[in-house]
Design a protein around this ligand. Structure first.
Ligand code: ADP
Ligand code: MG
Ligand code: ZN
Length: 605
């Protein structure tokens, strides 16, 4: 979406008065170029809206104004069908003059939808308070989020901690009587899709209180000051509805460390918004019955001021589910579908290590779609297996046609991953190689199924993983003497992994077991012990990362050179069949020969 800013451009022009009917006619005959709607209090009248617009015929431009008298829906439809650009002034209470958002017709509908929503909550026709600065927090009525803890699974610890918040909201009196201080801010921290939004809604649902929800990115607008006034408005709304929950999603969008990394003192708008949020949080008392729940997947970039006592001083980790957690989540989502007799959710949970709740919800839905497409009454295990792959690699896209060279490159690349991966010491088994293009970007893939949940990776496994990641690129180098762009994702992953090995897992003998850099764990413990890195250390980290990647790369090349005949054979087979799996694939992988250096390298890096 592209938003451009116009300041006061129509202010000084001479305008003639027109009747509303004339205005409508001019719109209908496609003469109207641009409109500004201004809330205004003309003398002797009640609140009204002045419409300023421009009419163009030939080279002649004329400016008119009129007063809005019709129905907003009709006007919406009319303007939309005639593709008229539309300007809305900045909130009248916070600024004088015309500061308009010039919207392209594409966003016109969205804006009107928003206007209408505001109008509805405000009551009556468009009120004077209409403006950009009003918060568009969606208010769900008491207990109406319809979500309860029963809908959230696999995050028992988080639920337990939030149970307390439910009690504060539902039985506030009990705490107030005894004089206990109720916390005001809870921060949910966890990767995307783990159920943070869902949990916040469930807290509101369990307590039977309204849920006011807004996303951090919605606060940060093009106009300086709008975000701040939205925050103010949101809190005012909340105080009127207490007890209630304010949910701020993507807190990091406003809560980034102030002036961090920004050359010119940072983003003014975001800073103002953040300051307003801090002011609001300090200005009320948890005992007023408003509790703010915020969510982020990037706690390390949050401004430390947000975590001070009396603000978001409680943090709840919402982590990726383990196997039994995944089973529980699958059960929740399977309630809605008809399961075939052969379906074993436990097996599915076992094969979906790394999936978050959102992936599992998606998986169940994909499986159901698959069954429906095949005109089945119930979802079978085969549907789930197919769906797992879809979720992993995105939707199948057989229509994407590759050139023969592209296809060959992809095939060698994937076989490279598989052959190197087959030698590496981890329980992860290569179970499938495919060159059927899937989803966005993935031209082929190699599937490695973890044998079980792993939370710990041993040093040698980590090195093995690095070599496997680099196997694809190495195969391209050996065969073509050059690399394609297809390995960029692998290289990114390898670099991240190598860097974490040094900075977080303390696996470097030179740097030792010291945690460098921002990391989530430190933050969650509430420490402000972010370790500043000296230039020397940063250089050493880079050196170590480069060294381990280089070594892994060398080893991958070594393995593929040693197994070149097998690489050729397997690639030809893959080009022919498009997919290799099962016994046929295992038979091939058993034949991969290990170079002498393998074990030494795995042990010493
Ligand atoms: P987040 O806010 O952490 O990014 P969401 O709460 O938006 O994640 O999750 C998106 C969807 O995924 C939910 O609406 C729900 O259908 C499903 N989901 C995610 N986590 C869980 C969970 N723990 N239990 C059940 N369903 C979940
Ligand atoms: Mg969310
Ligand atoms: Zn790859």
């Amino acid at each position: 979406m592209f938003l451009s800013l116009e300041i006061g451009s129509m202010k000084t022009e001479n305008r003639s008065a027109a009747t509303y009917n004339t205005f409508i006619e001019q719109v209908e005959s496609n003469q109207v170029q641009r409109i500004i709607i201004k809330p205004e209090l003309p003398q002797g009248r009640t609140a009204s809206h002045r419409i300023e617009y421009t009419v163009k015929s030939g080279f002649d431009t004329q400016h008119y104004y009129t007063y809005f008298t019709g129905s907003i829906e009709e006007l919406t439809n009319l303007l939309h069908s005639h593709g008229v650009n539309f300007n809305i002034p900045k909130n009248s209470e916070s600024a004088a003059g015309i500061l308009g958002l010039l919207l392209s017709t594409g966003v016109l509908m969205g804006l009107f939808a928003w206007l209408l929503k505001f109008t509805n909550t405000g009551g009556g026709s468009i009120g004077v308070g209409m403006g950009v600065g009003k918060s568009n927090a969606r208010v769900y009525n008491r207990g109406k989020t319809g979500t309860t803890f029963a809908d959230v699974a696999g995050v028992d610890e988080a639920k337990q901690e939030l149970q307390e918040v439910v009690d504060f909201l539902a039985n506030g009196e009990k705490y107030r009587k005894i004089g206990a201080k109720i916390p005001k801010g809870v921060l949910l921290v966890g990767p995307p899709g783990t159920g943070k939004t869902l949990l916040a809604k469930a807290v509101a649902g369990e307590a039977g209180v309204p849920f006011l929800n807004m996303s951090g990115s919605e606060f940060v607008e093009v106009f300086v000051g709008v975000g701040a006034s939205r925050v103010r408005d949101l809190f005012n709304k909340a105080k009127r509805q207490a007890p209630c929950i304010i949910f701020i999603d993507e807190l990091d969008a406003i809560g980034k460390t102030r002036s961090a990394g920004m050359p010119n003192g940072g983003n003014d708008e975001r800073e103002q918004t953040l300051n307003q949020l801090l002011t609001e949080m300090d200005g009320f008392n948890g005992n007023d019955g408003v509790i703010v729940i915020a969510a982020t997947n990037r706690p390390e970039i949050l401004d430390p001021a947000l975590r001070r006592p009396g603000r978001f001083d409680r943090q709840v980790l919402v982590d990726r589910p383990d196997k039994s957690g995944r089973l529980e989540i699958l059960k929740v989502h399977a309630r809605a579908i008809a399961l075939g007799e052969d379906v074993n959710l436990e097996t599915i949970a076992a094969q979906t290590a790394g999936f978050v709740g959102a992936d599992l919800a998606n998986l169940v839905n994909e499986a159901a779609l698959m069954a429906a497409r095949n005109n089945r009454q119930a979802v079978l295990m085969a549907d789930f297996f197919e769906a797992i792959e879809r979720v992993i690699a995105g939707l199948e896209k057989r229509s994407r046609i590759l050139t023969p060279t592209e296809r060959q490159t992809v095939a060698y690349h994937e076989v490279g991953h598989a052959l190197v991966g087959a030698l590496m010491p981890s329980g992860d088994q290569v179970t499938k190689i495919s060159i059927v293009p899937r989803g966005l970007g993935a031209l082929g893939y190699t599937l490695q199924m973890p044998s079980d949940d792993r939370f710990l990776m041993l040093e040698d496994e980590l090195r093995g993983k690095l070599a496997t990641l680099l196997g694809g690129r190495s195969a391209e180098e050996i065969i073509f003497g050059k690399v394609s762009t297809g390995a960029s994702d692998d290289i990114q992953k390898a670099t991240d992994l190598a860097e974490r090995a040094v900075t977080q897992y303390g696996m470097s003998s030179v740097l030792g077991p010291i945690a460098f850099e921002k990391n989530a764990a430190q933050f969650l413990e509430g420490g402000s012990s972010r370790r500043a890195i000296s230039v020397e250390v940063a250089t050493e980290i880079d050196r170590q990362v480069k060294q381990s990647i280089d070594k892994a790369h060398d080893l991958a090349l070594e393995i593929l050179q040693l197994n070149r005949a097998l690489l050729e054979y397997t690639t030809q087979l893959l080009l022919e069949k498009e997919v290799l799996e099962g016994e046929e694939l295992q038979g091939i992988l058993e034949r991969v020969k290990a170079p002498d250096e393998l074990n030494t390298w795995l042990m010493k890096g």
